[in-house]
Design a protein around this ligand. Structure first.
Ligand code: CA
Length: 489
């Protein structure tokens, strides 16, 4: 009896010491574009690694995050580039301190695992978005012509450095969310000159690289159409018309498709979502408030998904589907924004003294390595926003990794979304054998993660012991009721 209780306790300990698996179900999409981009922006990742963050794949082993992403279907990496995100004493402004050197490192590692790179030039020393499009410090007092000259050189030199580091540059974004202007220029005439010089510099560098323009607020349909018309009117040479799409701000998916259709149909451009993300929980883990939380951005008619790993996967698929629906096969892909910007130290569940200590330690890391969205050093460049509200990650609950850096099941959306699944192939190794039946049994006691879609052999909408039996019967050739070993459509 005593022996039995020890065994029982051991089993319970084993079950609870292993991360609980909550597999996701993702229906396949048929992409009109065979090279559909399933991308991720992980611009802050080097600063996280410098802060001591580690990442773990589905085997539970520590691994290079670029390998984890590539193994799980991510085929493109996006990185933002700021000209000089440092003060005169070389203190970083934060947000990953993403200068050209950082982009080199990210591009090199992405290429090592066969992922292309999208270089996202902000043409600023820190965040460029609809609220701010400030010129880099070095360009502040230049005439427009001088600024264009500098910008052309900066573009060419940066691309040359990033390519020389080993990156496979597939696309370049000339400006980031450039609704209000670009590089400190705000009139149509002036911004057009900036766009033109940037575009020329990329074309001169390598004619095969796709050039993307990027705007936001797609819910403002007429504004987005205006930008497409503006680019045409000023003869700006580009390939991809991209927008951001955050479902808590940016309207319906049907509207998203329709604004992209406009650029695709009227001007023959490729289209894409350059940024999207969704929360898998409303919990914060680093002590810095999140964009989507108990208090903000958590409701609205366009939020169609739960705040769970399944919801996060569903959101990505839904956005990908909306881009895939763009007319004439002009939907090029989707990038998930900052899918790995997790905490540098988990504050959840701590008592108040430990909480304060951990928060202090996090703040030290954010300041030292730039792993928060902004550091106190950014005050000289961006006094009203970053200089005032600096801190940690506002999206740690929108990453595809938990607070310890372990891959969440939602990450599998990148693979499953266009994977030819084989019925019964629960471990995605392209064959059905007895291990698949065992995997289902292990999954049922939460000891293993499996491909739930492939595992639902009898198609009753749930993975049960009947599915394991069906696979056993199939292998023993006793009964072949279901199309096991055939591709699921
Ligand atoms: Ca946070």
């Amino acid at each position: 009896m005593k022996k039995l209780s020890i065994i029982l306790i051991c089993i319970i300990l084993i079950i609870f010491s292993i991360p609980s698996f909550s597999a996701v179900k993702v229906e396949r999409l048929r992409f009109n574009n065979p090279d559909f981009i399933k991308g991720m922006d992980i611009s802050s990742v080097i600063s996280l690694e410098n802060s001591g963050v580690k990442f773990y794949g589905f085997d539970g082993k520590e691994s290079d995050i670029f390998k984890i992403l590539s193994d799980n279907g991510v085929n493109y990496i996006r990185v933002r580039v700021w000209n000089n995100p440092f003060d005169k004493d070389k203190n970083g402004y934060g947000g990953g301190n993403c200068d050209v050197k950082t982009a080199c490192e990210i591009g090199r590692r992405a290429a090592k695992y066969n992922m292309k790179l999208l270089v996202d030039f902000h043409y600023s020393d820190f965040w460029a978005d609809p609220g701010k499009q400030k010129a880099p410090k070095e360009w502040e007092n230049l005439t427009l012509d001088e600024k264009c000259e500098k910008l052309g050189l900066f573009t060419a030199n940066s691309l040359n450095e990033i390519k020389s580091a080993g990156a496979d540059i597939g696309m370049v974004q000339i400006g980031n969310e450039t609704n209000s202007g670009i590089a400190g220029e705000y009139t149509s005439e002036n911004t057009a000159k900036i766009f033109k010089r940037a575009s020329e510099a990329v074309r001169e560098f390598d004619g095969k690289i796709k050039i993307a323009v990027h705007f936001t607020n797609p819910e403002k349909t007429e504004t987005i159409k205006y930008f497409a018309d503006f680019l045409n009117e000023y003869n700006i040479d580009y390939d991809v018309f991209a927008v951001s799409y955050y479902p808590y701000w940016h309207g319906s998916l049907a509207n998203l498709t329709s604004v992209l259709d406009y650029a695709a149909e009227k001007y023959g451009k490729y289209t894409m979502v350059a940024e999207t993300s969704y929360a898998n929980t409303l919990k914060d883990t680093d002590g810095h408030p999140n964009t989507v939380s108990e208090n903000s951005n958590n409701s609205g008619e366009d939020l169609l998904w739960d705040f769970s790993t399944q919801g996060q996967a569903d959101e990505f698929r839904a956005v990908a589907k909306s881009v895939n629906n763009v007319k004439n096969g002009k939907g090029l892909g989707v990038f998930y924004w900052e899918g790995a910007w997790i905490t540098v130290g988990d504050i959840s569940g701590l008592n108040s003294e430990d909480y304060e200590n951990r928060l202090e330690s996090n703040k030290t890391l954010w300041e030292k390595h730039g792993s928060g969205w902004a550091s106190s050093f950014s005050v000289e460049y961006d006094p009203d926003d970053a200089g005032e509200w600096y801190g940690g990650s506002a999206v740690d609950n929108q990453a595809f990794f938990d607070s310890e850096g372990r891959a969440l099941s939602s990450l599998k959306v990148f693979k499953y979304i266009d994977k030819e699944m084989i019925l019964g192939d629960t471990d995605d190794n392209e064959t059905v054998n007895i291990r698949d039946a065992t995997s289902i049994q292990k999954f049922l006691v939460q000891l293993k993660d499996i491909n739930e879609t492939a595992a639902d052999v009898d198609g009753d909408g749930a993975v049960t012991v009947k599915d394991a039996s069906a696979i056993q019967h199939y292998i023993a050739k006793i009964k072949t009721d279901y199309p096991i070993n055939q591709v699921i459509d």
